[in-house]
Design a protein around this ligand. Structure first.
Ligand code: PEP
Length: 249
């Protein structure tokens, strides 16, 4: 049985006090689903978030990391640093990192390797732009993103990988892929993985949908058979909304 996962990507929001306030609100929420819950605060707040959530079933994950194991990379954070504060899952390949920080598939392949070498889990994000969808190229784009960054891995490595399909045109725009569009793409992704590895591997990988998921649309999106959860941006910044999504399963 695949894991259902809801992860909140806080992006560059919330200072220390705001992080603590939101975590305190999250602790007051009642979880009625079996979904694994994760939050990704900014680097500066990871340790304090980890400490505050020690006894809670909410995992603290990172939004990014560098591929090198240490060294002269001013401003960067490596896997060992994250591991040393209890963080063992990292989001890689978010469309904002690809767009604003020029992260390519090739760079992301190195980051994935570094995460796996440090026994971390990866939430690997990818998705097409609006122009790709309009021209009907969405499957081709998604397949090449997955292939370039992940297909050098051994089949066994996919136990550590969570996929997050995030159509760029739906991120932070209020526009969501329809549940059918999400299901079609998730089924295509699973088939791509099955062709590359095996159906057993493909059936074990959780594929999250991301892009303007809100309390009022989560239930329908999560009801689709190949949608195993969500990566949530805006709606993860309010504890009630985030848990309404967590409980939408
Ligand atoms: C995201 O940034 O991963 C995301 C899905 O954002 P939003 O939910 O705000 O569209």
């Amino acid at each position: 049985m695949r894991k259902q996962i809801v992860a909140g990507n806080w992006k560059m929001n919330n200072d220390l006090a705001q992080t603590q306030a939101l975590i305190s609100d999250l602790k007051k929420q009642n979880q009625t689903s079996d979904a694994e819950v994760m939050i990704a605060p900014a680097f500066t707040n990871l340790w304090s978030a980890f400490e505050s959530l020690r006894q809670q079933p909410i995992e603290v994950v990172a939004q990014n990391m560098h591929f090198a194991s240490n060294g002269a990379y001013t401003g960067e954070v490596c896997a060992a640093m994250l591991k040393s504060i209890g963080v063992s899952t990292v989001i890689l390949g978010h469309s904002e990192r690809r767009a604003y920080f020029n992260e390519t598939d090739e760079l992301l392949a190195k980051k994935v390797d570094a995460a796996l070498a440090n026994d971390m889990r990866v939430i690997f994000c990818f998705g097409e732009e609006l122009a790709d969808r309009k021209s009907g190229n969405q499957e081709q784009v998604v397949k090449s993103q997955i292939k370039n960054a992940l297909f050098h891995l051994e089949a066994s490595a996919f136990k550590q990988i969570i996929l997050a399909y995030e159509p760029v045109w739906a991120i932070g725009t209020g526009e969501t892929a329809s549940p059918e569009q999400a299901q079609d793409m998730h089924a295509f992704i699973r088939k791509t993985l099955s062709d590359k590895c095996s159906s057993a591997v493909a059936d074990g990988v959780s594929i999250l949908y991301g892009g303007s998921v809100k309390p009022d649309n989560a239930k329908e999106i999560f009801s689709k058979p190949d949608v195993d959860g969500g990566l949530i941006g805006g709606a993860s910044l309010k504890a009630e909304d985030f848990f309404a999504i967590v409980n939408a399963f």
